[in-house]
Design a protein around this ligand. Structure first.
Ligand code: AHM
Ligand code: MG
Length: 285
């Protein structure tokens, strides 16, 4: 696992440089989900593929930007699923974006098969969070030497102060709207950039809160992809003394997608906020 995290550190430094220096315009392509791809999406995807293909431990790669599984080493142990550049719709306005990696055992592409995860934040600083199943999530920051220095293990408080509500409000259910309003009425502060990496990172480093991306009338299964986006953060949140559930109250880590580009409604938060959510959605048995 250490060697895969070392690959991710190298990738992070290269993508950070590309974001700062390369063309931000659109390519002529669409990805597997039909989104227009930025030249940076394509460049980040190629960079990650090139670096991870050098690692003998990797059996296969699946990119959010591609339809098909890429076979790498027949004898490899892991499939790495990644979102090369999450938040590409906000990269042009110079907000923080990220890359997300889920490392799955063999062909077991499910919450149960997820054995490690990592994400990179490309912001004013370059940061990395990694987790191995059963161990704490750990925060790193890149210094001027280009090396990542270890910061701390991450733990959320039982209750936080931040509320990051995703999805178009006019398409929320009445239940969801009432619940989000109740958090604001209780004193929670709005913190939502439109990039799940910086939004979830902020909650992790500020001690807690809630990030939600519910099912909406236009997207009943939410927007965020299970293998590339949802499960890696679910592993990190659970390791950080927090919870990650869907709109039925199931742990996200119990999900097995039918297809690798499937999405799910998702909620990540400290214990108090998730308990409030279950109450509001009447999920307590
Ligand atoms: P992307 O992978 O196409 O960038 O989309 C994922 C992003 C997440 O980072 C973020 O949480 C979400 O889309 C924001 O969606 P919305 O614009 O509906 O708030
Ligand atoms: Mg994404």
């Amino acid at each position: 696992m250490v060697t895969i995290f070392e690959n991710i550190k190298k990738i992070a430094i290269k993508i950070d440089k590309a974001i700062k220096e390369e063309d931000l315009g659109y390519s002529n392509n669409c990805n597997a989900t039909g989104d227009n791809q930025l030249k940076l999406d394509v460049a980040s995807d190629a960079l990650i593929e090139h670096e991870l293909k050098t690692n003998r431990l990797i059996k296969a790669l699946i990119s959010e930007e591609k339809e098909d599984i890429m076979k790498v080493n027949q004898d490899g142990k892991y499939t790495v699923c990644y979102d090369p550049l999450d938040g590409s719709s906000i990269v042009d306005v110079n907000l923080s974006v990220g890359s997300i990696f889920g490392i799955y055992e063999g062909d077991n592409l499910s919450g149960d098969g997820l054995v490690a995860a990592a994400y990179v934040v490309y912001g004013p600083r370059l940061e990395l969070v990694t987790v191995v199943k059963g161990q704490p999530a750990h925060h790193y920051r890149s210094g001027s030497s280009g090396l990542f220095s270890s910061q701390c293990d991450i733990y959320l408080n039982e209750k936080g102060k931040l509320n990051a509500p995703g999805g178009t409000q006019k398409n929320w259910s009445a239940t969801h709207k009432k619940f989000i309003d109740s958090l604001f009425a209780e004193g929670y502060r709005l913190r939502y950039s439109g990039g799940m990496v910086p939004d979830l990172h902020q909650i992790l480093l500020k001690g807690g809160g809630l990030f939600s991306y519910p099912g909406t009338t236009d997207k009943p299964n939410g927007k965020l992809r299970i293998l590339f986006e949802v499960l890696p953060f679910a592993l990190i949140y659970e390791a950080a003394n927090a919870e990650a559930i869907d709109d039925k109250g199931n742990r996200l880590l119990e999900i097995t997608p039918k297809h690798h580009h499937d999405t799910t409604p998702c909620f990540f938060g400290s214990k108090y906020e998730i308990a409030k959510l279950k109450e509001a959605y009447e999920l307590n048995g």
